[in-house]
Design a protein around this ligand. Structure first.
Ligand SMILES: [Zn+2]
Length: 188
């Protein structure tokens, strides 16, 4: 347990992490004060800081995914432009643009909610791989035949490992924070 407090914005009495409001005057903590308290908690716990750093830096994986999906969509547009009338072309191209937009949104969201954004991105990425496989099971085995296919598989696997590690770090940071702070603060 770490005892951490900041002065109440109203009366100056110490307000701790476990206090939903100031005990002296009843004033609710402002979001800025909550953030200040959380930063103090991080400063007091090197383990928490290290885990949070890992989660924060992992948010760039979401940007990489957004760029990758946008890149694939552009390749579809440029290379398959002559078959643009095929229905699957629209699904593939605009589907990839849509996923790029979603990953970009998660990247932005991760500034405030890194753990949740990474968990959502991991879930979506897994789902997309599963859909890919269900839609074309032979495709997975065919990708072992070419260097490009093996490269793509390796990149996807690498992304999966990095996302999983980030999600685990986010979960551990959450658990550690809970062990440092009594539950009352979390019920807010
Ligand atoms: Zn007060």
């Amino acid at each position: 347990m770490v005892a951490i407090d900041v002065p109440c914005q109203d009366c100056g009495a110490p307000v701790g992490l476990d206090d939903p409001a100031c005990r002296a005057c009843g004033e609710l903590l402002s979001p800025d004060l909550r953030l200040a308290l959380d930063e103090r908690l991080e400063a007091a716990s090197p383990d928490l800081r290290e885990l949070r750093e890992r989660v924060r830096s992992a948010r760039y994986l979401l940007l990489v995914l957004a760029i990758a999906y946008a890149g694939v969509a552009l390749i579809y547009l440029v290379v398959d432009g002559d078959t643009a009338a095929a229905p699957s072309f629209f699904v593939e191209t605009y589907g990839h643009f849509a996923f790029a937009a979603v990953f970009l949104g998660l990247f932005v969201m991760a500034r405030w909610l890194a753990g949740a954004a990474i968990a959502l991105a991991l879930g979506l990425f897994l789902l997309l791989q599963l859909l890919d496989f269900v839609g074309n099971p032979a495709g997975l085995f065919a990708s072992f035949l070419g260097l490009l296919g093996v490269g793509r598989l390796t990149m996807k696997l690498g992304m999966l490992v990095l996302l999983c590690r980030a999600a685990v770090a986010a979960f551990r940071a959450h658990r550690l924070r809970e062990s440092l702070v009594p539950n009352r603060a979390l019920s807010l």
